[in-house]
Design a binder for this molecule. Structure first.
Ligand SMILES: *[C@@H]1O[C@H](CO)[C@@H](O)[C@H](O)[C@H]1NC(C)=O
Ligand SMILES: *[C@@H]1O[C@H](CO)[C@@H](O)[C@H](O)[C@H]1NC(C)=O
Ligand SMILES: *[C@@H]1O[C@H](CO)[C@@H](O)[C@H](O)[C@H]1NC(C)=O
Length: 385
């Protein structure tokens, strides 16, 4: 039962009624020690002692090596419904000592882009500090400032506690957080309440808002792999989706995320990410190709604050080569120009050779004017052929 206690601590939700919540409180009352269910980011290597799944072979997070990712054309754009929350009067935000977490109604759905429909349970964050980035996943060993995880469970199960240990029972939508120049108004809906949950165990009700705004604008470009919860009990039940487009927060907003939440003993909670785990032969798929393909038409309208600063957008005046080669496909116009250019060159060369041959022949056959030369030579060639 201690593993379950830790899991509910992680989710911060009393799925099975008050008894689980009481047990959760019990953990906090006890001193640290083996079997207490306590864990921290300082003793990652020890997690597997109390939580054997943490020593498994399909653990998360991982480093995503974009050179080894396999394009899977069957990975459809992620589609969401109910994310503009209307079913709840308010949403519960809490500090569980490991992260800040927002409970989500199960009316929020992922209904495309995964093998089944998934229902939302909660979202939470991982971050670093002002001087050190804190995303969990890394891309080509690059660590981002932070990462959001929106946790869902398969609608084939009645509850998240039923799904949490089943392979593919959970789906987490993840996105990287970077520093941008402007304040992100969508994140303000949540960040402005962090001071109310500064201490471990505190929770507060916040007004409902559009959760969709916490995710990147483009949900069609993502990585997919089979992994685990990134905290004890590390169940290997998560089908991961990691978006290619990032989210931008202002420096002030990043400071709020990094400096507001306290863990045990009133320490500021920072660097709450797990080290990358071995792939052990797992494939990382991507929904977008790295071959030369035409770029989809950009979405119209103004770019919202959640738009990534630049990583996802093609440059219109410089060729960055390998970086995002899929974004640098030749336009149809350019292709036609090249084809006609080559055809013209071939014709010109053929004509030149022809012309030289005719001249040679004409020198032998004496004096005839230019137009006749060409006409007669052509006739001769045609007869030969
Ligand atoms: C995760 O989703 C992919 C489809 O994107 C599917 O092929 C794979 O089997 C799923 N993994 C699990 C463990 O269900
Ligand atoms: C997004 O994809 C491009 C092209 O593969 C890659 O260069 C870039 O690192 C990716 N960024 C993220 C955050 O996945
Ligand atoms: C090209 O990019 C610059 C900024 O990088 C932008 O100001 C300009 O409008 C772009 N031009 C076109 C034609 O997209």
């Amino acid at each position: 039962m201690k593993h379950w206690g830790a899991f509910f601590l992680l989710l911060g939700t009393c799925f099975n009624g008050q008894s689980v919540c009481d047990e959760e409180k019990g953990h906090h009352g006890h001193p640290k020690g083996p079997g207490s269910g306590h864990w921290s980011y300082q003793d990652e290597e020890e997690w597997k002692v109390n939580f054997p799944h943490c020593g498994g072979s399909e653990q998360s997070p991982i480093n995503i090596d974009t050179g080894s990712v396999v394009f899977d054309p069957n990975l459809k754009p992620i589609r969401l419904s109910g994310y503009n929350v209307t079913s709840a009067a308010s949403l519960r935000l809490k500090n569980n000592g490991h992260t800040v977490l927002l409970d989500l109604p199960d009316s929020l759905l992922v209904f495309d882009g995964l093998p089944q429909t998934f229902r939302a349970a909660q979202l939470h964050f991982h971050w670093g500090s002002k001087d050190s980035p804190g995303s969990e996943h890394t891309v080509n060993k690059h660590r981002f400032r932070g990462e959001i995880h929106v946790v869902h469970y398969s609608a084939e199960y009645d509850s998240i506690s039923e799904a949490v240990q089943r392979r593919g029972g959970l789906a987490v939508l993840a996105a990287f957080i970077e520093e941008g120049t402007e304040e992100n108004p969508n994140y303000e809906e949540l960040l402005s309440y962090l001071e109310n949950v500064a201490e471990e165990g505190q929770s507060t009700e916040i007004p409902r808002f559009d959760i969709r705004g916490l995710l990147p604008q483009k949900l069609d470009r993502y990585y997919r792999y089979n992994g685990s919860l990134t905290t004890p009990p590390c169940f290997q039940s998560v089908n991961w989706t990691i978006f290619n487009q990032t989210i931008a927060l202002s420096e002030q907003q990043l400071a709020t995320l990094e400096d507001s939440i306290h863990s045990d003993h009133d320490h500021v909670l920072q660097m709450n990410f797990r080290q990358p785990q071995s792939l052990n032969g797992r494939l990382v798929l991507s929904s977008f190709g790295t071959s030369v393909v035409g770029r989809r038409a950009p979405p119209g309208g103004p770019v919202p604050a959640a738009e990534a600063p630049s990583s996802d957008e093609p440059s219109n005046n410089s060729d960055k080569g390998a970086q995002g080669s899929d974004e640098h496909g030749l336009s149809t116009g350019t292709m036609l120009a090249i084809i006609f250019g080559v055809m013209f060159a071939v014709t010109a060369v053929a004509f030149f050779i022809y012309f030289r041959k005719s001249q040679t022949r004409n020198r032998r056959s004496g004096s005839e004017n230019k137009s006749n030369v060409i006409y007669k030579a052509a006739t001769t060639e045609e007869n030969v052929a």
